[in-house]
Write a protein that binds this ligand. Structure first.
Ligand code: ADP
Length: 898
């Protein structure tokens, strides 16, 4: 081994690049050059005995960056090579220093022991360390070290989608998202800036980031790595991910249909597979997330919570939150309410602004009613407007628009008179444009009671257009003109019954009954013969006819033109009308909230900073169930307390019909209402905003997609476990029900353990497996709750009060009794239960013994046990252990061995 020696700077000048070097003189250097050629952009740490050595430019760079001595190999010969090195056992510190500075390092190890035969030792690169894949202990604990990738979805499609994936190899945290639309690039930049990845993978032919790459300010300290384009192709990326996670579809990770996000994730995986050793088994899941401006509710949750539609069709929609909250007056308001229900806000400031407005409207009952009254004549501005812009609005539509616009000053006045208004109300007041000019234009043009179509004329007002007025005058005076002719011809012919008539086929004609035919003058021209009469025309009548019919045609033509002009002049104001419409919608919804708060005794929730993730509800009620109940059955209010540090997971047990589901849903609905800006059905509420609500409730059937109920349940659960964050609220109702008891119990148990260990997601878990209540003893953030039941000689009574503690049994038979099962069936069920319980106890016992013995044997066979552990096993009375206790014991021992 060559020891380092100091080297003079001028010596450096004579060093050539290893690539330019003529054939290296020694086999070792030939080996080095061959390996270095495969990793041109990494510093090659070349293992030589107890040192990692660097040569050529690598040596110069490393010596400079690590402040170590630069020396040279073969310094006596003409092929002297610059060199530096670090001892292999203390390499880690040097490596992390280089990675932090943005360098890539390839580690080349000796793959066989040096033999006496002096043969050249085989060497291979075993790892490539890059800034984004660093996993050394020098990484800052509270910061993630992300390796990120961006991928564009197929550029042929119209709306471009850009995916982003980020992996922290040091923790296994792996997530992906994507953005589409015109501002996708901007949002990707924002996201990258938040994420602060150490390294970013891009396709070498991706123009988007070219100029960015130069700009250190955009992503300071980030190393850019270009990969071949094919690495980002879906055909390559998807199977790679599925294979890594051992799944058949990426749906459970929220990635189905997210090609851009998946491709970005695939390239990350490709990269680490190519740079790291090992199976990468800790990268076992990926979460799709959305950086949103609203509380995310997936389709399953919207359905489960019956936000918009009832779960069971046919039951009417009175069970939905939307129907319960809808006291809006205008169609725009109703639509906005629906939109807010499925996309509640997440921004505390926005929520607070709405709350202030509601508070002001709540306090001023008179003006609140004024606002509601003023809204009552406002029709669907948005829809009317879209008919106008799509040129399908008829005269009545335009008039309806004008009539709605006429209400706007009333609305504004009512808002402006609300006492102590908040910021939002004045802002909305200002956003409402009275649109006087638009209304004036319509009213000046369109008749007060116009026909539906333009076909027959009569749409445009008199006085609106002089030409039109003239033509109409002609028409109107025509009657008189005809009467004059009629009078004259009667006198001329002496036929008193002579009449001038009109029909649409023959136009104008003179009608003379058969008995008077002899008196018909010669200049009359016969037009038509009837049974009792003949019809004639004259040149004068013909001339008049063409004049009138012409005029009629032209009237319709002119009206059409004028109407079209009017419509497009209104369409030109679309922006103002739409803005006004949106403001009206918001005023409507806020007034609706105030109205509900007043009439239903809702309270204003206090929004907390995210610090401890508290959700505290005092005497909360279920808004829908409460609204449906009559005066006799009073809703029982319940408290709720969740946080991230002590009460993260609440396990709610109790009999069926006890009120568990209601309690869970109530929590979610109150949270949603609060984030909509509404008051909530409770005495008091203090809560943080959550980013997402997940639900796994009941057995929703998904038969159309050919999957069993259990499969659906597990897919939904997988999504929750992979996606829930500390800011999420998770509701799990009776999970594990779709399979055999022990499977279900085991799964439910493992799910809770996982949520406790891996997330701080606030979780409500309702279950009839009272065995699960044992978890509360083992996990510090799991707490037991139960729905209370009173046992009376007549049977059980549901008190519907949620209290601390675990239910001791399931009361299934008592509930069945309440349902009206025949007494003999109930009695028989009790007998069977007793026998079964005795047997189960036996089975449990032997299970525990078997398990513990088996584990013990395994442990002793495969692991050298310390005396301490052997003693611990000896002193435990295996016969008395329950299966769960046995499992716990086993885990405990395993962890000691580890
Ligand atoms: P579980 O999920 O325990 O089977 P549910 O939540 O479905 O029970 O409730 C059963 C019935 O009790 C429902 O009809 C519901 O309307 C009623 N209920 C639930 N909670 C309350 C409550 N706090 N006050 C009044 N009635 C309630």
């Amino acid at each position: 081994m060559v020891l380092p020696r100091p080297i003079a700077v001028n010596e450096l000048l004579c060093f050539g690049s290893y690539l330019l070097m003529s054939e290296p003189s020694t086999p070792l250097m030939r080996q080095y050059v061959a390996i270095k050629k495969q990793h041109p952009d990494a510093l090659l740490f070349f293992r030589l005995g107890d040192f990692y050595e660097l040569f050529f430019e690598d040596a110069i760079t490393a010596a400079r960056e690590l402040e170590i001595t630069l020396t040279s190999r073969n310094k006596e010969s003409a092929q002297s090579v610059p060199m530096c090195g670090v001892p292999y056992h203390s390499a880690e510190g040097y490596l992390s220093k280089l990675l932090r500075k943005g360098f890539r390092v390839a580690i080349c190890e000796q793959m066989e022991a040096p033999s006496a035969a002096k043969k050249l030792v085989r060497r291979e690169v075993t790892r490539v360390l890059t800034p984004g894949t660093a996993i050394d202990s020098a990484l800052a604990g509270e910061q993630n070290n992300f390796l990120a990738a961006v991928a564009r979805s197929d550029s042929r499609s119209d709306s471009q989608t850009i995916g982003l994936a980020a992996l922290d190899l040091s923790t296994g945290e792996f997530r992906a998202t994507e953005f589409s639309g015109p501002d996708a690039e901007r949002r990707i930049h924002e996201e990258l800036q938040q994420l602060r990845p150490r390294e970013l993978l891009v396709a070498s032919a991706m123009p988007l980031f070219d100029q960015l790459e130069q700009d250190e300010r955009v992503l300071p300290g980030c190393t850019w790595t270009a990969l071949d384009d094919w690495v980002f192709a879906p055909d390559y990326a998807l199977p790679l991910l599925e294979n890594q996670f051992g799944v058949l579809s990426l749906e459970g990770f929220g990635l189905s249909g997210r090609a851009a996000a998946s491709c970005a994730a695939g390239s990350v995986l490709h990269y680490i597979r190519n740079t790291q050793q090992g199976t990468l088994a800790h990268i076992d899941r990926i979460g799709f997330y959305e950086r949103q401006d609203c509380l995310a509710l997936d389709a399953v949750t919207v359905r489960n919570l019956e936000l918009i539609e009832p779960l069971f069709t046919g039951s009417g929609d009175s069970s939905t939150l939307y129907r319960t909250l809808d006291a809006c007056i205008t169609p725009m308001g109703k639509r906005l309410l629906r939109a807010w229900i499925v996309r509640p806000a997440i921004d505390r400031e926005m929520i607070a602004a709405r709350q202030h407005a509601v508070a002001a409207l709540l306090a001023d009952m008179i003006q609140r009613e004024e606002v509601r009254a003023s809204l009552s004549g406002v029709l669907d501005l948005e829809r009317l407007l879209s008919r106008v812009t799509l040129e399908s609005a008829n005269p009545r539509d335009l008039l309806a628009l004008a009539q709605s616009i006429a209400r706007l000053p009333h609305v504004r006045r009512a808002i402006s008179q609300v006492s102590s208004p908040s910021k939002r109300l004045p802002a909305l007041h200002d956003l409402i444009d009275e649109l006087d000019d638009v209304r004036g234009r319509i009213e000046a043009m369109v008749n007060a009671e116009p026909p539906v179509t333009l076909q027959d004329g009569g749409v445009i007002r008199d006085g609106a257009d002089t030409q039109l007025d003239e033509l109409r005058g002609l028409n109107r005076n025509g009657k008189q003109y005809i009467a004059q002719i009629e009078e004259r011809e009667r006198a001329r012919t002496g036929i008193g019954s002579l009449k001038i008539k009109f029909n649409s086929v023959f136009g104008y004609y003179l009608e003379i009954t058969k008995s008077n035919l002899r008196q018909v003058p010669a200049d009359y021209e016969r037009k038509q013969t009837l049974v009792n009469a003949e019809r004639y025309t004259t040149p004068e009548l013909k001339e008049y006819e063409t004049k009138v019919l012409d005029a009629q045609e032209r009237i319709v033509e002119i009206e059409r033109r004028l109407f079209a002009e009017l419509r497009s002049s209104v369409a030109a104001e679309a922006k103002r009308i739409r803005r006004t419409s949106l403001a009206i919608a918001e005023v409507d919804v806020l007034t609706c909230f105030a109205h509900l708060a007043a009439s239903r005794n809702y309270c204003r929730p206090e929004l907390l900073e995210d610090v401890e993730g508290i959700i505290e509800i005092v005497e909360g009620r279920h808004p829908v169930v409460e609204a449906q109940q009559d005066a006799v059955t009073r809703f029982v209010a319940n408290n709720l307390f969740l946080n991230e540090t002590t009460d993260q997971i609440l396990l709610l047990t109790g009999p069926n019909m006890g009120g568990k589901s209601t309690y869970l849903r109530q929590a979610a609905l109150i949270q949603i209402m609060a984030q909509m800006g509404s008051y909530v059905p409770a005495k008091a509420a203090r809560l943080v905003t959550v980013d997402r609500i997940f639900t796994r409730i009941g057995a929703s059937d998904n038969l159309a997609r050919g999957r069993s109920t259990f499969m659906v349940e597990m897919t939904e659960t997988a999504a929750i476990l992979n996606l829930a964050t500390s800011r999420s609220l998770v509701l799990l109702d009776e999970m594990g029900r779709g399979t055999a008891t022990y499977d279900g119990l085991a799964l439910a148990w493992a799910v809770i353990e996982f949520l406790h260990a891996n997330t701080r997601a606030k979780t409500l878990f309702a279950t009839h497996y009272h065995e699960l209540t044992a978890l509360a003893g083992d996990f510090e953030r799991v707490k037991n709750l139960r729905v209370s039941v009173k046992e009376t000689p007549q049977g059980i009574v549901f008190l519907r009060k949620v209290e601390a503690g675990a239910a001791d049994r399931s009361y299934g038979i008592e509930v069945a009794k309440l349902a009206g099962l025949p007494p003999e069936v109930i009695a028989r069920a009790r007998e069977v239960l007793k026998v079964h319980e005795r047997q189960e106890h036996k089975i449990e016992k032997s299970l525990a013994q078997d398990m513990a013995r088996e584990s013990l044997t395994q442990l002793t066979i495969f692991t050298p046990l310390s005396q301490q552990i052997v003693d611990r096993l000896r002193e435990t009375d295996l016969d008395t252990l329950s299966p769960l206790q046995a499992l716990n014991l086993l885990n405990e021992l395993k962890s000691q061995i580890d």
